[in-house]
Design a protein around this ligand. Sequence first.
Ligand SMILES: Cc1cc2nc3c(=O)[nH]c(=O)nc-3n(C[C@H](O)[C@H](O)[C@H](O)COP(=O)(O)OP(=O)(O)OC[C@H]3O[C@@H](n4cnc5c(N)ncnc54)[C@H](O)[C@@H]3O)c2cc1C
Length: 93
Amino acid sequence: MAAEAFDVVILGTGQAGKPLALALANAGWKTAIVERDLVGGTCINYGCTPTKTMVASARVAYLARRGADYGVNAGPISVDMSRVIARGLRFAM
Ligand SMILES: Cc1cc2nc3c(=O)[nH]c(=O)nc-3n(C[C@H](O)[C@H](O)[C@H](O)COP(=O)(O)OP(=O)(O)OC[C@H]3O[C@@H](n4cnc5c(N)ncnc54)[C@H](O)[C@@H]3O)c2cc1C
């Protein structure tokens, strides 16, 4: 494979790498970005967004379980973690 020259090579596609790569490319720099794991980095894949959607689901489960205290009978409450995770991934895209 032929070698290719770049003005800048950025390691990682997290909150730092992606906007930096876009800014440099838009400024005319020949830019490469390298990701060793998941595109989007911590915030999108493990951190901020999944955490917030899981906290929201936990809050709903908590309120549903306390329904009877408020005179609301909701029946047995269970948490489907695969759906909780799928919801988080929808928001992360
Ligand atoms: C559970 C959790 C919840 C969080 N909640 C919030 C929040 O609500 N609000 C908030 O502002 N921040 C939050 N954060 C912090 C936020 O996720 C980080 O501040 C942010 O992701 C940092 O961005 P970054 O680009 O520096 O690093 P990262 O997002 O970690 O990206 C680094 C990327 O570089 C890649 N990489 C590393 N080394 C190499 C290499 N040698 N070659 C190629 N690729 C490489 C990694 O695979 C990764 O994709 C949270 C973090 C966690 C863990």
